[in-house]
Design a binder for this molecule. Structure first.
Ligand code: GLV
Length: 323
């Protein structure tokens, strides 16, 4: 008599992963991959998740009670391929005993680098300059051509001093920028000479350049509305690394009125939609959610998501649990 092997656990992967990552999952799971450049529609997602034991999701996949209901009682893990988890209803997952994991730590350096790429592009008007050249419009070097904002000595404010905020702050030392920050909780011991904690309103009042790197949650959604943006010094620059914290319409209005010198935005509230009001602003540097997009980081994120799936499906705990 031949004994058949138990079937491999079914796992849904909602987007293609970085090269080399999926193969590890395929060796011990029956993988369903949505192999496309665009995310699934909601209806496709709800159909694809039926009967799965684990799912690797991205920020585009809304994991709520309806999703969990569609998946059925066999679902054990939602492995979010992101550090953020605002697409996941953590309470609904906990209620059903579904574990959730994310990919913290591995994307810190890449995301902090991108914050600086955007900060430099915005303060030195790189987008405007490049568009100018590509448009074929005549130009000539001139003492007053596309004057930017110099960084040395300019106060940098960081909203959200988690791993990414700290990495942004470390890089600021190389640019001779004094750093202050705001976090929900004030640290008990502050290093002398290191970044200074300030109440939010005070931080805004003195940040000539502000980097937004706090997570999006109910407490931070539209934290930077028109009223709070108005607290920034005249001619400030805002670099947004978390969609939903800065009110996009208010940001566009502050650029339009000249209250801000420039802004840079890496990701958007209703991706892939980019607000027309921001597209219309010459002084807005707009990036298509590139914060963690290096080969090394995307492989590390994918591998961490896969490690979490493999751990949970073999009866263990995820390495990077959420909640
Ligand atoms: C953002 O892109 C994240 O990984 O949360």
């Amino acid at each position: 008599m031949t004994e058949s092997l138990p079937p491999l656990p079914p796992v849904l992967v909602t987007r293609r992963l970085a090269p080399g990552v999926l193969e590890r999952l395929m060796s011990s799971c029956a993988v369903t991959l949505h192999d496309d450049d665009l995310p699934m529609s909601r209806a496709e997602l709800l159909k694809a998740v039926v009967g799965k034991a684990a799912v690797v999701t991205t920020l585009d996949d809304v994991v709520d009670a309806e999703f969990l209901e569609a998946a059925g009682p066999g679902l054990r893990l939602v492995a979010n391929h992101a550090v953020g988890t605002h697409n996941v209803d953590l309470a609904a997952c906990a209620e059903r005993g579904v574990l959730v994991s994310n990919t913290p730590g591995v994307l810190t350096a890449a995301t902090a680098d991108m914050a600086w790429a955007l900060l430099l592009a915005a303060t030195r008007r790189l987008g405007e300059g490049e568009r100018w050249l590509r448009s074929g419009r005549p130009w000539a070097w001139a003492p007053d051509f596309l004057l930017g904002l110099e960084l040395a000595g300019t106060p940098l404010g960081i909203l959200g001093m988690g791993r990414i905020g700290q990495a942004v702050a470390r890089r600021a030392a190389a640019f001779d920028m004094p750093v202050s920050y705001h976090n929900r909780t004030r640290p008990a011991d502050e290093t002398q000479g290191g970044p200074r904690w300030l109440p939010l309103e005070e931080l805004l009042a003195q940040s000539q350049v502000l980097v937004v790197s706090c997570p999006l949650n109910a407490g931070t959604r539209h934290l930077l509305d028109a009223e709070r943006l108005a607290l920034l010094p005249a001619g400030a620059v805002v670099v947004s690394m978390t969609a939903g914290v800065v009110d996009e319409e208010a940001l566009a209005a502050a650029l339009d009125s000249g209250a801000l010198f420039a802004a840079a935005v890496d990701n958007f509230e209703r991706e892939p939609e980019v607000p027309a009001a921001l597209l219309a602003q010459e002084r807005a540097v707009l990036a298509p959610h590139l914060g963690s997009s290096t080969l090394r980081t995307r492989q590390a994120m994918g591998n961490l998501a896969v490690d979490n799936v493999l751990a949970v499906l073999s009866g263990g705990a995820p390495q990077t649990p959420v909640g």
